[in-house]
Design a protein around this ligand. Structure first.
Ligand SMILES: NC(=O)c1ccc[n+]([C@@H]2O[C@H](COP(=O)([O-])OP(=O)(O)OC[C@H]3O[C@@H](n4cnc5c(N)ncnc54)[C@H](O)[C@@H]3O)[C@@H](O)[C@H]2O)c1
Length: 239
C-alpha cells in the first residue's frame, strides 16, 4: 500500500513547477489529484498526465476555490502552492504590485485553508493542509517587501489555523523552500543567482522533487503528530 492510497489531494498552482512536482509525487503514492491553476488549459494538461482533473481557479476568488474543492466529494489533502512574484525595491514598487502579491499568497492561502477546513470538519474525516511559504518570509529579501510580507503572513496563518483545527483532526503545516530551480527562479539575473548560491551551505539550488518529498511527508500519516510546523527546504541557507 502506498502512502496516499484512497486519499484525494487538491494542489493549487499545480500546472507547473513545485506544485506540479507535488501533484506528481502524490499521484505516484496513490492519491487522486485535482489541480487548480490560473491557467486552466495548463492545469488540464498537467492533470491529464497524472490521470487526475485540472481546472481553472484563481485562488484570490473565494467562489473559484469553492468550485475547485467541489470537483470531488471528499478533500483529504490541500496544498496551497499558487504564487507569483512582483519584485521591486520599496522606492519603485507600485501599490498594485504589493496588492497582487498579498492577494495571491495570503488571501489565496486563507481561502484554501478556510474552505477546505470547513469541508473536512463537516465530514469529520480529518485532513492535512500544506501551505507553501518561503525562506523570504523568514529572513526578508531585498526587492521583496510584498513577497516577504506575504510569505511571513502564511506562517502566522498556518499556526493560527493549526490551533483552531487540531481538535478536528485537521493538521496544518508549512514548507519554506529556499532557492529551487523553477521558471520563477530561472528568470533571475545571473548575478543574483550566483549571490544566492554563495549563501547555501550545500552549494547548490534545490530541485522541485526535493520540495515534493517534504510535502508528501506533511500530507501523509508519516507526520501524524505534527501541526503548526514550518519545514525549511533550503540546503542549510539562513538556518
Ligand atoms: N522556486 C523557488 O525557488 C521558490 C522558493 C520559495 C517558495 N516558492 C513558492 O513555491 C510556490 C510555487 O512556485 P514555483 O517556483 O513552482 O512557481 P511557478 O511560477 O513555476 O508556478 C506557480 C503556479 O501558480 C499559478 N498561479 C499564479 N497565480 C495564481 C492564482 N491567482 N491562482 C491559481 N494559480 C495561480 C501559476 O499559473 C503557476 O502555474 C509559490 O508559492 C512560490 O512562492 C518558490
Amino acid at each position: 500500500m502506498s502512502l496516499l492510497t484512497g486519499r484525494t489531494a487538491v494542489v493549487t498552482g499545480g500546472a507547473q513547477g513545485i506544485g506540479f512536482a507535488i501533484a506528481q509525487r502524490f499521484a505516484a503514492e496513490g492519491a487522486e489529484v485535482i489541480i487548480g491553476d490560473l491557467n486552466g488549459d495548463a492545469a488540464a494538461r498537467a492533470a491529464d498526465e497524472l490521470g487526475g482533473l485540472g481546472i481553472a481557479c484563481d485562488v484570490t476568488d473565494a467562489s473559484d476555490v469553492d468550485t475547485l474543492l467541489a470537483v470531488v466529494p471528499n478533500v483529504d489533502i490541500l496544498v496551497n502552492n499558487a504564487g507569483i512574484t512582483r519584485d521591486a525595491t520599496l522606492r519603485t514598487m507600485t501599490e498594485d504590485q504589493f496588492d497582487q502579491v498579498i492577494a495571491v499568497h495570503l488571501k489565496g492561502t486563507w481561502n484554501g485553508v478556510r474552505k477546505a477546513a470547513a469541508l473536512m470538519r463537516e465530514r469529520k474525516s480529518g485532513g492535512a493542509i500544506v501551505n507553501i511559504s518561503s525562506l523570504s518570509g523568514k529572513v526578508g529579501m531585498v526587492g521583496q517587501t510584498n513577497y516577504s510580507a506575504a510569505k511571513a503572513g502564511i506562517i502566522g496563518l498556518t499556526k493560527a489555523a493549526a490551533k483552531e483545527l487540531a481538535h478536528h483532526g485537521v493538521r496544518v503545516n508549512a514548507i519554506a523552500p529556499g532557492l529551487i530551480r523553477t521558471a520563477m527562479t530561472e528568470a533571475m539575473p545571473e548575478k543574483a543567482w550566483d549571490q544566492k548560491m554563495a549563501e547555501i551551505p550545500m552549494g547548490r539550488a534545490g530541485e522541485i522533487d526535493e520540495v515534493a518529498s517534504v510535502a508528501l511527508f506533511l500530507a501523509s500519516d508519516l507526520s501524524s503528530y505534527m501541526t503548526g510546523t514550518v519545514l525549511e527546504v533550503t540546503g542549510g541557507r539562513f538556518m
